[in-house]
Design a protein around this ligand. Structure first.
Ligand code: F58
Length: 844
């Protein structure tokens, strides 16, 4: 309220001593020089780019801390309802540039840095990505944090502070993916986080849980470790509001075992402390591939430990903050909303039950009411192999009390009587819906637990939410009713994915709309104002020139990092995402080879009419995913042959850019003419890079899947290139492939020819690729043979359309202009209003 009594000392002295955010060039340079001299203990004589980056980052950090502190204080005073976003992954990328733009200080820092004799672009390149995520799910969490802060919503993220992020990808000369650790913190202090050694909680594993007569239980013994908080500041765009992402690090509760140490058994002495530290040591790199089977038993146990460690620490923190408000627990759902980002934090449900029952002595029924009014669950996949299940014996061993609670939920949720009553005699339905899957061993189905223990379930695009309702959670919809199940289509932050990665386009938009970017970046529907300018030849020229310069920027990047020359007069065709059979990078490379074979057969005169094309791939494969790694190998080796062919190399070149990251995406996305989002219909929940490309005026080539559908609705079907079978056909086609297979030669001769060339050794030892090619020749689960011809057809349409350059630029402008819906601001406001019931709390 600002009316409180000054807490200590002389208020005037405090006020004189306090500083404010650096807003002009001279205070920026002063602050940087100060950090060079004191924080880094260096001088102008021995300062390199890295040192200059560190000093500038520390200076921005000071600014962020001021805003962050004020925001947190303001939230504490006002005690509004807050939302907590629990995500095992936050794929933040770099912070420096983003923070400067959100603070509105980029120009001041650029000028200051120049005055000190450095180049801003060089400094920006010094920062290492924070890559604490695999792909879409982790990047979505990062976009949502940006939007929450920008929309002044009291939202905190909770995650893990992995020592090692997603592995670094190297490509061997033979085209094999090699993995290397990503020790992203090794360079010294991370300026973007605040270690909070004072904020820590004890987390227990193993031990015994003894039920007490009063309904509580006593969980004791086992291993105890400490969770220590690290706070990452999340600045909003053009607002003081700076939210918090709290990441937990595991530490041993006691240094090491002194008894063993004194007895000379050093190994045993440090064993338990190592095992505690191991919990947050590394991000699991498996993306969709077998939530279960691809990891060893020990690996599984560690993953479950990660999940519990993180949910337990986060809930302890949330409950402590709630208790400080001094309200009864019956009001918990009025002050707290907890969003589960996929099933990874589902243990939050039994853990909150445990806290309420065992620690707060709340009766079972009341506790369940509180939990189911507080928790929300977002599903990100319907792929059966990606649905999490945990073996009951492992759960009983690691989390005995939680397993008891899960069994209690099973009996209280009353499947056998309530479901029986509604669907008498339907035993199959009971088995399908059970939280426990029968088998050896029995397993806990986390999606079922997440689904019944919460207030709202949502998918991430219209089609996907329909599939959730009609496939994996169908029985629950029939049992609980439709209203609990809804959709929030994903979004992306236009700050990073337009203003930051494409500054020239951002400036052109502001100039054309005659609106400051601080306005349209937070109200993205304003892009519609660009529509009339599609008819303005001068504007089109500027638009196209920016695309061209972005292509040159990418070419420069490829030249300096890989030593390769890229033809910037060609159409840029990009597919960048995790390698997975369902995403069908294989379809893309087979299409490329088809194009190559076609070019080879043409006469010189015919070739003259062909528009040159450069195809870019980037993405990581899960280390144990053999077929995905073979796809990379095929891409790399096909690129080697195709790029070296003097007949065609002016018309077609292919690049696999190693070590895909958020920072690489920021260079690739603004340069694309087309991008490919070509998953088998019904498999890609939403996709978010499709939105990023379209926002930057790249046209979409895609299947009728995920958010592609809504993008096409928004930008107009004539501005996208769709192909392939639709979702309802997929199941039947798979059935036919299984029981009435037709050889590829008959079904799709053009594809058969491509496969034969590969087998025949056109791109090196053909035998190597047989396992990959056989996935197509045999089951063809992802329906490449079914979609190949229409895919090639779509690419021909692209070639046709590209011939008319002016019309193409119009399509590009219209695409950007119609992308307002896909701002993550819209998405986060939907969560805030329809799910969490939270409101903006502006820091003034
Ligand atoms: C992705 N999921 C979806 N999971 O595949 C994509 O369609 C969607 O746009 C995106 O979520 C955001 O909703 C995804 O990225 C993972 O990476 C998991 C990581 C942990 C293991 C299981 C996969």
């Amino acid at each position: 309220t600002g009316k409180e009594k000054w807490p200590r000392g002389d208020e005037k002295v405090w006020k004189e001593g306090s500083r404010s955010v650096n807003t002009d060039v001279s205070s920026v340079t002063k602050s940087i020089v100060n950090h060079v001299q004191t924080s880094l203990a260096r001088q102008a004589y021995n300062l390199d780019n890295l040192g200059a980056y560190q000093a500038a980052a520390l200076s921005v950090r000071d600014d962020l801390i001021l805003n962050w502190n004020e925001t947190q204080m303001h939230y504490t005073r006002k005690a509004p309802k807050r939302a907590y976003y629990l995500s095992l992954e936050f794929l933040m990328g770099r912070t420096f540039d983003n923070a400067l733009l959100n603070l509105g200080l980029k120009d001041q820092y650029r000028e200051g840095v120049t005055k000190l004799g450095f180049n801003m672009e060089d400094l920006l390149e010094q920062e290492r990505d924070a890559a604490l995520g695999n792909g879409g799910l982790g990047r979505l969490a990062a976009c949502y944090l940006d939007s929450s802060a920008s929309q002044e919503l009291p939202v905190w993220g909770y995650g893990l502070r992995y020592q090692y992020g997603i592995f670094q990808q190297l490509i061997s000369p033979e085209g094999q993916q090699l993995e290397q650790p990503d020790p992203w913190l090794a360079g010294g202090e991370n300026p973007w986080e605040l270690p909070r050694l004072d904020v820590s909680y004890e987390v227990r594993f193993y031990g015994t849980a003894e039920r007490l007569p009063d309904g509580r239980a006593l969980w004791q013994g086992g291993q105890e470790v400490l969770a220590v908080a690290y706070d990452v500041m999340v600045p909003g765009c053009y607002t003081k509001n700076t939210n918090n992402l709290r990441l937990w690090e595991s530490k041993p509760k006691r240094g090491f075992d002194l008894n063993s140490f004194n007895a000379g058994d050093y190994e045993h002495a440090v064993e338990s402390s190592n095992s505690a530290a191991a919990i947050t040591s590394v991000l699991y790199p498996n993306d969709h591939t077998c939530a279960q089977s691809s990891i060893s038993t020990l690996g599984k146990e560690l993953r479950l430990k990660q999940q519990y460690f993180w949910t337990a620490a986060s809930l302890a923190d949330i409950v402590r903050r709630f208790k400080n408000i001094g309200k009864p627990f019956s009001e918990f759902p009025d002050y707290v909303a907890i969003q589960l980002n996929d099933t990874h934090p589902t243990l939050a449900i039994p853990e909150l039950m445990r806290i309420l029952i065992d620690e707060e002595e709340i009766p079972w029924g009341k506790a369940w009411d509180i939990v189911t009014n507080t928790v929300f669950y977002t599903n990100h996949t319907v792929l059966p192999e990606a649905l999490e299940k945990w073996p009951v014996p492992l759960m009983e061993h690691l989390l005995p009390r939680h397993m008891q609670i899960i069994y209690d939920i099973v009996s209280r949720y009353d499947q056998t009587s309530a479901v029986e009553k509604k669907f008498p005699g339907d035993r199959d339905r009971l088995a399908r819906m059970s939280l426990i899957e029968e088998g050896f061993p029995k397993q806990v189905r986390m999606a079922h637990l997440a689904c019944i223990g919460n207030r709202k379930v949502n998918g991430v695009a219209e089609l996907h939410s329909d599939l959730v309702r009609t496939t994996i959670l169908k029985d629950f919809v029939e049992f609980e009713g439709q209203s609990k199940f809804s959709n929030v289509t994903n979004g992306i932050t236009p700050r990073r994915w337009l203003d930051q990665c494409n500054p020239e386009l951002s400036a052109l938009i502001s100039k054309t709309l005659k609106v400051d970017k601080s306005v349209w970046l937070k109200d993205l529907d304003r892009l519609k104002g660009l529509l009339p300018y599609a008819e303005d030849a001068e504007f089109r020229k500027e638009w196209a020139a920016i695309k061209q310069r972005n292509k040159e920027r990418l070419a420069h990047h490829v030249e300096t990092t890989l030593g390769l020359t890229v033809n910037t007069n060609a159409m840029f065709d990009v597919q960048i995402k995790r390698l997975h059979e369902y995403k069908r990078q294989t379809l893309n490379i087979l299409g490329v080879i088809h194009r190559y074979l076609t070019l080879k057969q043409m006469s010189a005169a015919e070739r003259k009419k062909v528009n040159p094309r450069v195809v870019f791939f980037a993405g990581k494969a899960a280390p144990g995913y053999y077929i995905a790694k073979l796809t990379i190998r095929l891409i790399v080796n096909a690129a080697r042959i195709i790029n070296a062919d003097p007949d065609t190399r002016n018309l077609l070149t292919v690049y696999f850019l190693p070590d895909y990251s958020v920072s690489l995406a920021e260079v690739l996305i603004p340069s694309s003419d087309i991008s490919q989002h070509i998953s088998t219909a019904g498999t890609e929940a939403s996709g978010t890079s499709n939105m990023k490309f379209c926002l930057n005026g790249g046209l979409l080539v895609g299947t009728v899947d995920g958010a592609n559908i809504e993008i096409a609705e928004a930008v107009g079907e004539n501005n996208v290139f769709f192909f392939g079978h639709l979702t309802p056909a997929v199941e039947d086609l798979r059935y036919q492939h299984m029981y009435h297979p037709v050889p590829v030669e008959e079904k799709c001769p053009a594809l058969a020819k491509v496969l034969d060339k590969i087998s025949g050794g056109m791109f090196g030892d053909g035998g190597v690729y047989e396992p990959l090619l056989n996935t197509i020749r045999q089951n063809d689960y992802y329906l490449i043979t079914e979609d190949f011809d229409s895919y090639i057809g779509a690419l021909e349409m692209v070639d046709q359309a590209y011939l008319d350059k002016e019309e193409w630029i119009k399509k590009s402008i219209r695409t950007t202009a119609n992308m307002g819906k896909f701002s993550s601001d819209r998405a986060i406001l939907e969560y805030a209003e329809s799910f969490w019931s939270i409101e903006p709390v502006k820091v003034t």
